[in-house]
Each structure stands twice: as C-alpha cells, then as structure tokens.
Design a binder for this molecule. Structure first.
Ligand SMILES: Nc1ncnc2c1ncn2[C@@H]1O[C@H](COP(=O)(O)OP(=O)(O)OP(=O)(O)O)[C@@H](O)[C@H]1O
Length: 227
C-alpha cells in the first residue's frame, strides 16, 4: 500500500540522510527503528510527500508523488494517509470532536456526517465522553487518543506515525499504541511507525532498522531484523 523505491534525500549542506532506500509495506505494521539521527523522521516525511527526495519514488495506494506540486502531494496525503505525531498537535481552538472530524470535512464530508463518524471512532477509542472538551482540558494520553482518531477517521490506506507514544509514560503509551494498532488492523490499514523503543517495536509485524545500515549514509534495501 506504500512503497518507496531508491529513495535518496539529504538536507542542504548535510550528508545524505537516506540513500537508495527501498521499503514496501502492505497491510501490516512496520516499526522503523535506529538511533537518534538515523533518519526515521526524514523517511516518514518523504513517505508523506512532505519532503521531496532528490531521487527515488514514493507510491501510496497506487498514487505516486512524483511530478506532483505541493497541492497535488497534499491531496494524495489527505486522501490516503493518516499522520500521527509524538505530540498530538491538535488545534487548540477546536474541540476534540472537531479536531477528529477535520480530515473528513477537508475531504468534503458534511459537518453532520463528519461529526457522526468522529464520535463513533472516539467511542471505539474510549474518549467519546470528552468530545466537547478542548485539547487543553484533557490529559496527554487522552489528547493522543484523539490524535490517533484524527489519523484514522478518513479510513486512510496507510498510517504514518512518528514516535506516537513518545510523549507519554510507558503504561499510557502502551494503551495508546494498542488502540492505534488495533484500530488500524481492524481497518486493514498499513502502519509505518518510527520508534526507538524496543518494546513498542516488538508490537509490529516487521522491524526495519535504519541504524543497521552503514552510517552516515544508509545503503539500499530493506534492512534487517524481522519477526
Ligand atoms: N530540518 C533539518 N535541516 C537539516 N538537517 C536536518 C533537519 N532535520 C533533520 N536533520 C538531520 O537529518 C538527520 C536525520 O534526522 P531524523 O530526524 O530523520 O532522525 P531520527 O532517526 O528521526 O532521529 P530521532 O530518533 O532523534 O528523532 C540528522 O542528522 C539530523 O540532524
């Protein structure tokens, strides 16, 4: 459902962070691991079409980012990807339900339909009773559950998650990760999740270790340790 072929990327005046990386993820959970600076976030940003690689292609649910302008890449991202970050990055002025409904409204759903689907998913994730609260009025774990709901509400083919529980204590983090992976698996969505936490990586179907490749440039191919 998401495939990177020959992906090479370097920030200006930096050595290449990614070189000739290949990654293909179907309906499975892949954990991207590796030490700090090994390029996990950079790879996720390339997979999301936010960073544009100097060479190589990314295809999401059959749609390539290649040759698309900013708006074209945003459209592919809105329609086919769900993003979940370390800090929930909810919009402070919107209630949790409004935050969760937003991706559907951006795709043209009526506010009534978007709200109905947002609340149904919030029920699944155990936060429906918080739907009219603002992000500042809930705990970090509750906010992160809302961020998970926002990432899933439009039923994307692929969820990209960057340290999705990194800001939470380990118990809360484990609960949130279970909810994220459970909801994604029930929908048959692919998940690519960056984490440096081995315990969290063990929940994945497959581990791709960027750090096992030669530093500072990462060589080709799907790396290493699989379960
Ligand atoms: N905006 C940027 N401009 C220049 N260099 C950057 C930028 N963002 C990241 N880098 C560099 O790219 C490399 C990879 O960073 P990246 O954030 O992808 O690593 P990571 O594996 O996600 O690290 P962490 O586990 O600490 O989040 C690092 O050397 C970093 O310094």
């Amino acid at each position: 459902m998401i495939e990177a072929r020959g992906l090479t990327f370097g920030f200006p005046r930096e050595v290449e962070v990614l070189r000739d990386v290949h990654l293909a993820v179907a309906d499975e959970v892949v954990a991207l691991t590796g030490p700090s600076g090994s390029g996990k976030s950079t790879l996720l940003l390339c997979l999301a079409g936010i960073l544009v690689p100097s060479s190589g292609t990314v295809t999401v649910a059959g749609h390539s980012f290649e040759g698309l302008d900013l708006e074209g890449r945003s459209r592919v991202r809105r329609e086919h990807l769900g993003l979940v970050f370390q800090f929930s990055e909810l919009i402070a002025e919107l209630t949790l339900a409004q935050n969760v409904a937003l991706p559907l409204e951006l795709l043209g759903a009526s506010s009534r339909e978007a709200s109905r689907r947002a609340i149904a998913l919030m029920e699944e994730l155990g936060i429906a009773e918080l739907s009219s609260r603002y992000p500042a009025q809930v705990s970090g774990g509750q906010a992160q559950r809302a961020a998970v709901a926002r990432g899933l509400v439009h039923e994307p083919a692929v969820i990209l998650a960057d340290e999705p529980t990194g800001a939470l204590d380990s118990t809360t983090g484990a609960v949130v990760l279970d909810l994220l992976l459970g909801a994604a698996r029930r929908r048959g969505a692919a998940v690519v999740m960056a984490t440096h936490d081995r315990a969290l990586a063990a929940s994945a179907d497959r581990i791709v270790d960027l750090g096992s490749l030669s530093m500072p440039v990462h060589g080709a191919s799907e790396a290493s340790a699989t379960r």
